[in-house]
Design a protein around this ligand. Structure first.
Ligand SMILES: Nc1nc2c(ncn2[C@@H]2O[C@H](COP(=O)(O)OP(=O)(O)OP(=O)(O)O)[C@@H](O)[C@H]2O)c(=O)[nH]1
Length: 405
């Protein structure tokens, strides 16, 4: 059972009460930068951290160089670490995406006091750690860095775009510089968050400004191609799911094969777009090669809500012996389980405007294939079903083979 009824609030705008909204980051440059030559406290802090890191790196080299593959956690479940300033929206993101909390109810979330560790049963069984904004791990020598970052899948740094973000960017820079030395394979995903209510131009300006500040700092320290990616997000629309989809996709081994399967399916069945969804979070873990567009993603993701809700209410409903007998009798002469293509959910719906069927087929209890077909392709349904069935079998094999043993 899912804890909350599905809700989707599109493009609603909301500002947390009493938050300061500042849009002039360049006016807030630190005055210390005007004093030439004298190292600022931030620089001193950075130097100290570098030295500490170098010691730690040397100690770790011998012990760690053994099994860690270059591209992902060695064992256990991939971990997504949510970090950032206080009230930047970390707990809200985790609650909305993974626990289906309606976005408007995040207004009542309390500040996180200790690390919240969420085990999420999904196709990949990853963990999400919500890190309290007030704790600075690099200030605190008692933190076990290896336990935190050793098996990490991605570090998600949340920046509140409606607030003054200079401090957040400075902390992020310190974090990246520290981690780059010891854990160079960590993928850093920057969520420029709460962009609802900001104009498109303004969002892009903020993104450009933050990107430049981070890249400049990194290249000043000799890191030219650090794996840092930026996303504009809000819990009040699908952008947060889209961003998480991109993050999770980087953790999937051989994603290219999945994408090629979906691209082939689209070509053979004349689909406009196909997505493979993680049904509980509605993150899509793969899509075909056609350019992604938010509208098709939104329709498919809302369609999942509808179908999954119906399945939860009416799925595996008991049929009486008599009714079952009638269904299994000639002309079908087959057990009911063999007559339906899926033990889980299968559905097709045609939207009257545009006349484009949407098809959904569950792959297993975590994954569903959802696709938008081209106009008037409804009469090809038997062929489409056959092809979808083949792809679903292929997907099952793919996950059987690639799942961590
Ligand atoms: N407008 C808007 N507000 C948001 C968004 N995401 C979160 N918020 C609000 O931001 C406030 C703080 O969110 P939290 O999730 O508690 O922040 P946090 O980063 O977990 O804070 P700490 O636990 O103190 O570290 C809440 O009032 C949320 O409703 C968003 O996308 N847009």
């Amino acid at each position: 059972m899912r804890p909350f009824p599905p809700t989707f609030t599109s493009n609603m705008t909301s500002r947390p009460g009493g938050r300061h909204v500042s849009f002039g980051p360049r006016d807030n440059e630190q005055p210390a930068q005007t004093e030439e030559n004298a190292p600022t406290p931030a620089q001193l802090n950075l130097t100290r951290l570098f030295e500490q890191n170098q010691e730690r790196q040397q100690k770790n080299m011998a012990a760690k160089a053994t099994e860690q593959p270059p591209d992902g956690p060695a064992k256990g479940k991939p971990r997504l670490l949510l970090m950032g300033q206080r009230r930047s929206g970390k707990s809200s993101i985790s609650s909305v995406v993974f626990h289906k909390l309606p976005p408007s109810e995040t207004l009542f979330l309390e500040s996180t006091a200790r690390i919240q560790k969420d085990q999420l049963p999904s196709f990949m069984d990853f963990q999400v750690w919500d890190f309290p904004g007030q704790i600075d791990i690099f200030e605190n020598p008692t933190f076990d860095m290896d336990a935190m970052f050793g098996e990490i899948g991605a570090l998600i740094w949340v920046i509140d775009a409606q607030d003054d973000y200079m401090e957040a960017v400075a902390r992020l820079n310190i974090t990246i510089l520290n981690l780059q030395q010891t854990y160079p394979n960590i993928k850093i995903e920057v969520f420029i968050h709460k962009v609802d209510g900001l104009s498109d131009d303004f969002k892009l300006d903020i993104q450009r400004d933050i990107t430049i500040r981070i890249q400049d700092e990194l290249s000043d320290h000799g890191f030219e191609n650090a794996p840092v990616t930026f996303h504009l997000t809000s819990i009040y629309n699908h952008s947060i799911f889209e961003a998480f989809s991109k993050v999770i996709q980087k953790l999937i081994p051989r994603l290219g094969i999945l994408e090629a399967m979906l691209t082939n399916l689209c070509r053979t069945c004349r689909f406009e777009k196909a997505y493979l969804f993680d049904v509980t979070s509605k993150i899509y873990i793969a899509t075909d090669s056609a350019p992604a567009d938010m509208t098709s993603y939104e329709i498919c993701s809302d369609y999942i809500d509808v179908i999954i809700d119906v399945t939860e209410v009416y799925g595996s409903w008991p049929r009486s012996e008599k009714y079952r007998g009638a269904l299994e009798a000639p002309p079908w002469s087959q057990k009911i389980e063999d007559q339906v293509a899926s033990n889980w959910a299968e559905s097709c719906m045609v939207l009257s405007d545009g006349n484009k069927p949407i098809i959904l087929r569950e792959v297993d209890k975590y994954l569903a294939l959802v696709a938008i077909m081209k106009e008037d392709s409804y009469n090809k349904m038997p062929l489409v079903n056959m092809n979808v069935e083949v792809i679903v079998q292929g997907l099952k094999e793919f996950f059987d083979i690639t799942k961590p043993k």
